[in-house]
Ligand binder design. Structure first.
Ligand code: GAR
Length: 203
């Protein structure tokens, strides 16, 4: 059974989808903890599911590296990234760049979901950037996190056609409707050994 830690910063709808999937005993992964960098509303999903959650704020530490070390230790306390099985860390709406020490600790067992077709529109405003560029098509990418910003090997993508005149919020909501099942399916495939993270290649 794959042990999964999920990291969030916001509403946590992707976390909620993972928790719902993992509530099925037939699902091959368990969410063992949820971490956040802030008082994220999505932490309520962890509480409702009885999954331990913690907040580790970057501002409480002298450096991003130190924050990353404390975050890594909190995750490892729940059995992810220690022992014979590597487990999996899922960044699902964590709006922070994980520091290199953290990435080295967990990668390639460290994935992110991003609301664009990487390598297009990396960064914190992917949906806004796609609209500003006049993109006709955008989507979502689930990828392995490496030490760059949204540069790691792509695992799965899904595309969404941009509708004329739609707002950033409308487009993001339509992306998220595809993103949730794509992330759940990706975690399932990793848990079943159908997706080999170590063999995933950079885009
Ligand atoms: C998701 O669309 C995720 O891809 C995005 O934040 C949203 C979180 O939604 N992440 C990024 O933009 C990271 N650069 P959620 O809190 O409802 O899961």
């Amino acid at each position: 059974m794959l042990k999964v830690a999920v990291l969030i910063s916001g509403g946590g709808s992707n976390l909620e989808a993972l928790l719902e999937a993992a509530a099925d005993p037939a699902f091959p992964a368990r969410i063992v903890c949820v971490g956040s960098d802030t008082e994220a509303p999505g932490l309520a999903h962890a509480e409702a599911a009885g999954v331990p959650a913690f907040i580790i704020r970057p501002g409480d530490y002298d450096s991003r590296e130190e924050w990353g070390q404390v975050l890594a230790a909190a995750i490892q306390e729940h059995g992810v990234g220690t022992g014979p099985e590597p487990g999996l860390v899922v960044s699902a709406g964590l709006m922070r760049i994980l520091p290199p020490g953290f990435v080295r600790e967990f990668s390639p067992h460290l994935i992110n979901t991003h609301p664009a077709l990487l390598p297009l529109y990396p960064g914190a405003h992917a949906v806004r950037d796609a609209l500003a560029a006049g993109a006709a098509v955008t989507g979502v990418t689930v990828h392995v996190i490496d030490e760059g910003v949204d540069t790691g090997p792509t695992l799965r993508q899904a595309t969404v056609e941009v509708r004329p005149g739609e707002t950033e919020a409308e487009l993001h909501e339509r992306i998220k409707r595809l993103e949730r099942p794509l992330l759940v399916q990706t975690v399932r495939e990793i848990a079943l050994g159908e997706l080999d993270l170590a063999a995933a290649e950079a885009p």
